[in-house]
Design a protein around this ligand. Structure first.
Ligand code: V47
Ligand code: SF4
Length: 388
């Protein structure tokens, strides 16, 4: 692989790109200006080779997935993000859903005896589902299945919950942690830069607020993920700014596990006139994120949004994690027009998908501890039967 990069360096007339390639080979950090140069002038082949070099240096062929399921408590939301295809305003709440604590517990109980390791809970920001409601939910999930890792609530939901409860973010986070919350998912980050955020997500927590909530969680020993919604009205410099803020916080706390670029999908929302990014641009996005975010251990492609084959392709462009088996309960992407209208994949299917592109499938838990290495296991149907 390093010979490929040597050839890239020798054959690229662009001196700045040559410098960047050399830095990547020497494991040196690239600057924001250099990141912008990659977005503006780095070909797919160029950034792809550098990202794959970095990915293989960090993880070899290992490709992680986990066995999880999602609960979306409600799609009623007090906010009105322009890109959102999923939420219903409280005034139209009859068009949405609101799950009771018992209904959510029944979802959890539906996985009794199944080897899932994580429940991912994210939804709209419902004015009546408050901190006390979610404390009760988490306590009950924890009591029912203590070994299940609870990864829940975006910084947007948390910010609203804490403010309504008149608690500081530190106080609110402690209440949830004591109830059994273990990690935060990466949603709600969108684009931090106010120039864009004010146009697409004006009324929810701003970029600084999002980062502050993650910093508080990290300082309490919790881990979290970070996302970026890209491929809409933002410019490359806004992507760089977003990743730069994440890299700075990660230097401070080391609390982020993974970065998840989320491709904007344009069905059924107020931004349907905005064209979606091409697959080439999606792969460049992954690759540049892998090169720039040198302190993020993992880069995830969320396959329900990207589609299975594109997720497979992303494994050659820096990605080393393709999320989980999930199940068919997640609606955020199907309603926005994603490839996967019923996003469910069994363990056998995920393992096959990863092996088809000559990578090593490794089942992980939320904190990336390895649970099962499937690279040497036979893929005979009978071996994998019952593993979903
Ligand atoms: O914050 C909403 C995005 C996010 C659209 O942490 C859209 O492991 C594209 O954050 N087109 C929620 N994206 C999902 C999320 C997530 C998903 C998987 C794993 C993890 C994790 C986190 O979905 C929202 C928003 O950025 N989103 N609408 C849309 N039209
Ligand atoms: Fe509400 Fe989240 Fe949709 Fe924004 S993206 S409207 S906060 S559900």
């Amino acid at each position: 692989m390093s010979e490929t990069i040597e050839i890239l360096i020798q054959t690229t007339p662009d001196m700045e790109l040559q410098t960047i390639a050399q830095k990547v080979m020497d494991q040196k950090r690239i600057t924001d200006e250099e990141c912008l140069a990659l977005f503006e002038r780095g070909s797919l082949a160029f950034v792809g080779a550098l990202a794959n070099f970095t990915r293989e240096r960090m993880h070899g062929d290992k490709t992680y997935f986990n066995r999880n399921f999602h609960i979306e408590p409600t799609n009623v939301c007090v906010f009105s993000c322009k890109f959102c295809s999923y939420s219903r305003l409280y005034a139209h709440k009859e068009e949405g859903w609101e799950l009771s604590i018992d209904q959510m517990l029944d979802i959890v109980k539906g996985y009794d005896g199944k080897p899932v390791t994580e429940v991912h809970i994210v939804g709209g920001v419902h004015p009546k589902m408050n901190l006390a409601y979610f404390v009760e939910l988490i306590q009950k999930i924890h009591a029912h299945r203590p070994g299940l890792h609870v990864k829940a609530f975006t910084a947007v939901e948390l910010d609203y919950m804490f403010r309504k409860a008149k608690l500081s973010s530190e106080e609110g986070m402690k209440v949830l942690k004591d109830a059994g919350l273990q990690s935060l998912p990466g949603g709600g980050a969108e684009i931090f830069h106010p120039e864009i955020r004010e146009q697409i997500a004006a009324d929810k927590v701003n970029g600084d607020g999002w980062l502050q909530i993650h910093e508080i969680a990290h300082n309490m020993g919790m881990h979290s993920n970070a996302t970026m919604l890209y491929g809409h009205i933002e410019k490359f410099e806004h992507r760089v700014d977003h990743m730069s803020r994440l890299r700075t916080l990660q230097d401070k706390t080391k609390g982020f596990n993974t970065f998840i670029p989320l491709k904007f999908r344009n069905s059924n929302n107020d931004m349907s006139h905005v064209p979606e990014s091409t697959i080439t641009e999606d792969m460049r996005m992954y690759a540049i994120a892998r090169i720039y975010l040198d302190n993020f251990p993992h880069l995830k492609a969320y396959w329900p949004m990207l589609g299975r084959q594109n997720a497979q392709l992303s494994l050659a462009f820096g990605v080393n994690d393709i999320d989980g088996t999930i199940d068919d309960s997640t609606k955020i992407y199907s309603m926005a027009g994603s490839e996967e209208q019923t996003p469910t994949m069994s363990t056998a299917e995920l393992v096959t998908l990863i092996k088809q592109v000559k990578r090593k499938p490794i089942e992980r838990d939320t904190l990336y501890q390895e649970i099962n290495d499937y690279s040497h296991k036979s893929l005979l149907a009978e071996d994998l039967a019952g593993l979903n």
